[in-house]
Design a protein around this ligand. Structure first.
Ligand code: UTP
Length: 291
């Protein structure tokens, strides 16, 4: 097998405005909203770590510093907890060593493609992962670990996909599928937010990517697409035919926490899966549903 450059870096674009969650997101980043007791961004960083990724690159905007603080040492909090003999292990996963956390600013939210391009100097000349933290992926192993395993087999570019009902495709990036081999599908075409009757399939891109660094040069000249934004999907579409491109069907559950109902679904599903809460939450939900 050819040696592939390992995936050591992940980009987390977190500069979006989060308008669907206003007023909650007026002064709190959407990515800091918790599913039970962990903010969304923490689930994504934990998933990256599990996949062997070391360096987390946050593309932030104004009002997003809470995300950086979350992964810093909280000196006063920790000292007080220590004085009161409270266990600090719960904070362990929130610590990123200085070299493992890099923040770059997207000064104007011009779109996901533009946000990724803002990280070009840090990404440099290596393949890298992208996580959209409002898509919560729950699986064993996690979604990115499954993608890194696939990358080690085929290399090139990979995106995570899942099937949705045909009438829902126009909110997402959609792939035109080619040959299928187990969980891997060749990507023949990519289109962002197509009309339902023009969509090439019902396989949507679901918030996790492994891309080759050349995408940065493509983004450099990418013009605005759907919604007047610089779209990552359009830049990836221009790379098709020049580099291998595969879709990985994620074996697990995905929750769209960028939407209110998806957020509630994730909260309920994760609570029902937790030993310390499941019984109480089930009883509560049963009571509420009977009303
Ligand atoms: P969304 O489409 O979910 O947009 O972006 P949003 O602004 O976060 O939320 P709404 O639609 O207004 O409620 C998908 C991902 O891309 C990032 C977002 O932070 C999110 O993780 N993004 C989007 C940027 O970082 N910059 C942008 O210019 C646009």
């Amino acid at each position: 097998m050819t040696m592939r450059k390992p995936i050591r870096k992940a980009v987390f674009p977190v500069a979006g405005l989060g308008t669907r969650f206003l007023p909650a997101t007026k002064s709190i980043p959407k990515e800091m909203l918790p599913i039970i007791d962990r903010p969304l961004i923490q689930y994504a960083v934990d998933e990256a770590r599990e996949a062997g990724i070391e360096q987390m690159i946050f593309v932030t905007g104004r009002g997003k510093t809470a995300i950086i603080d979350h992964f810093d040492v909280a000196f006063e909090l920790e000292a007080t907890m220590r004085d009161r003999a409270k266990a600090l292990e719960i904070l362990e996963p929130t610590r990123l060593a200085p070299g493992n956390l890099v923040a770059v600013r997207q000064q104007v939210p011009l779109g996901l493609g533009h946000a990724i391009w803002c990280a070009r100097a840090i990404v440099g000349d290596e393949p890298f992962a992208i996580f959209l933290p409002d898509e919560l992926m729950i699986g064993e192993p996690g979604c990115m670990k499954q993608m890194v395993d696939a990358y080690n087999r085929v290399g090139g570019n990979l995106i995570s996909v899942l099937e949705v009902p045909h009438e829902e495709v126009s909110s997402y990036g959609v792939i035109a599928p080619g040959k299928r081999d187990g969980d891997l599908t060749e990507v023949k075409g990519l289109v962002e937010k197509p009309k339902a009757d023009e969509a090439p399939s019902n396989l949507i891109i679901s918030g996790r990517y492994i891309l080759q660094p050349e995408v940065m040069q493509v983004l450099e000249t990418q013009s605005k697409g759907a919604g007047g934004e610089i779209q990552l999907t359009d830049a990836m579409a221009r790379m098709l035919g020049q580099q291998p491109f595969h879709a990985v069907t994620f074996a697990g559950k995905r929750y769209d926490c960028g939407s209110k109902t998806g957020f509630v679904e994730a909260t309920l599903a994760l609570a029902l899966a937790r030993e310390d809460m499941a019984d109480d939450v089930r009883a509560m939900a049963t009571r509420l549903l009977a009303q």
